[in-house]
Design a protein around this ligand. Structure first.
Ligand SMILES: [Zn+2]
Length: 227
């Protein structure tokens, strides 16, 4: 390809994502060594939170991998990874409670989650088709194609941005429930908070990275228009 100064934005985006990913791993490893006084495992914590909220139609499953924890609203399963399911650390308990935070959002009809779910099909199209359309437009020198690609890619960026309040809210709910239900003592909550904050930074980095890529395409499109 030709010399392109906007490529610096792609590098910044990659560095942000790598830094956030390293941050969550090191914070998790640090607090995975701090065992909670209650001695409850991630799975037991999830079970307690669901019961305490009268939620009986959501299951808890053990999935492989690390930091692969997630709540699947379609199968109604809280999926907890190897380092969370049977672990009793303040890190494991934090992640289990965060996933239950998503269950609560779903059960209570939390609006940003509804918007995020509604955006999934558009975001899939945006992330798969956006960049190829832009590239095709740039190669063929067709500005309308580039502009169309930018709009399509914007859907993927929008999705990443809407994800942020959903993630922050799930962590906020998690920390309140951990303390209110007596799962963690007041002074143990700060470790859990640090783990969830580090995890949230990975979502911030992804959104910033997508926004930087979008900015790059807008700059490329504008420079083409001037040529
Ligand atoms: Zn989450």
């Amino acid at each position: 390809m030709y010399y392109d100064v906007t490529y610096i934005l792609v590098i910044i985006a990659a560095v942000l994502c790598m830094a956030a990913s390293a941050g969550v791993k090191s914070t998790y490893n640090k607090y995975a060594k701090v065992l909670s006084m209650s001695g409850m495992t991630g799975a037991q914590v999830a079970d307690r939170i669901l019961r305490q909220n009268g939620i009986t139609d959501v299951g808890i499953a053990h999935v492989g991998g690390n930091l692969t924890d997630h709540y699947d609203p379609r199968s109604k399963m809280v999926n907890l990874s190897d380092s969370v399911y049977d672990a009793t650390s303040v890190a494991a308990v934090a992640v289990a409670a965060h996933e239950c935070g998503h269950v609560m959002q779903h059960a209570r009809g939390y609006l940003p989650l509804k918007i995020r779910t509604a955006l999934v099909p558009a975001a899939n199209i945006g992330s798969k088709a956006g960049i190829p359309i832009i590239m095709l437009g740039l190669i063929l020198g067709l500005t309308p194609f580039v502009d169309l690609g930018i709009w399509v890619f914007s859907l993927a960026v929008l999705f990443q941005v809407v994800t942020l309040p959903v993630e922050f809210d799930a962590s906020h709910r998690a920390l309140i429930m951990l303390e209110d239900y007596g799962i963690l003592a007041h002074d143990e909550v700060s470790g859990s908070r640090k783990v969830l904050q580090a995890a949230a930074m990975t979502y911030v980095a992804s959104a910033a990275s997508a926004a930087l890529q979008l900015l790059r395409f807008i700059l490329l499109s504008n420079s083409r228009r001037r040529d």
